[in-house]
Design a protein. Structure first.
Length: 162
């Protein structure tokens, strides 16, 4: 008696590849929806509490420059400023709201923002020399750290639940 493939396999010739793919698709879609909801929640707080700070202190380099200083026209200075702005946007581009355009993940961006709020490092000294009011105040630092910390917690909870 010859054994047919249907007799050898437990389910005959039924394949479960499509079922696994559908389960995986549903899981990915669910994860994407959760992440989108978390990003939306983080962005709401960003727009009301953090974006006004960034507009005053960060957007000249990390978004669209609104007030070009008079010294921008000086040969050499223009090229240096253009290079600094280009590099700043390569790190984190804030022209769109959260999540930012970045070479890092949104979670890593938040960790960097938290670090800046606690340890400093932005803006660079060269920028501060020409823009004394560009330093973050203690109140602004506190807001950044609180927002980043809460946002990091939200993203980490989503990652743990996967």
């Amino acid at each position: 008696m010859a054994l047919s493939p249907a007799l050898v396999s437990a389910h005959g010739e039924v394949s479960h590849k499509n079922e696994i793919t559908e389960i995986q698709k549903t899981s990915i879609q669910s994860s994407t929806m959760v992440k989108t909801m978390i990003y939306s929640e983080i962005n709401k707080t960003y727009i009301t509490d953090i974006k006004p700070i960034f507009e005053k202190k960060c957007f000249d380099c990390h978004a669209d420059v609104k007030n070009i200083p008079w010294y921008y026209k000086i040969p050499g200075v223009k090229q240096m400023m253009d290079k600094d702005i280009r590099e700043a946007k390569e790190h984190i581009d804030m022209r769109k709201d959260f999540p930012f355009i970045s070479h890092e993940s949104p979670l890593d961006d938040l960790k960097s923002i938290k670090k800046i709020g606690t340890k400093g490092g932005m803006p660079p000294l060269r920028y501060i020399l020409a823009h004394w009011d560009s330093r973050l105040t203690d109140a602004e630092k506190k807001k950044l750290v609180e927002w980043a910390t809460k946002s990091i917690e939200l993203l980490q909870v989503e990652t743990i639940e996967k």
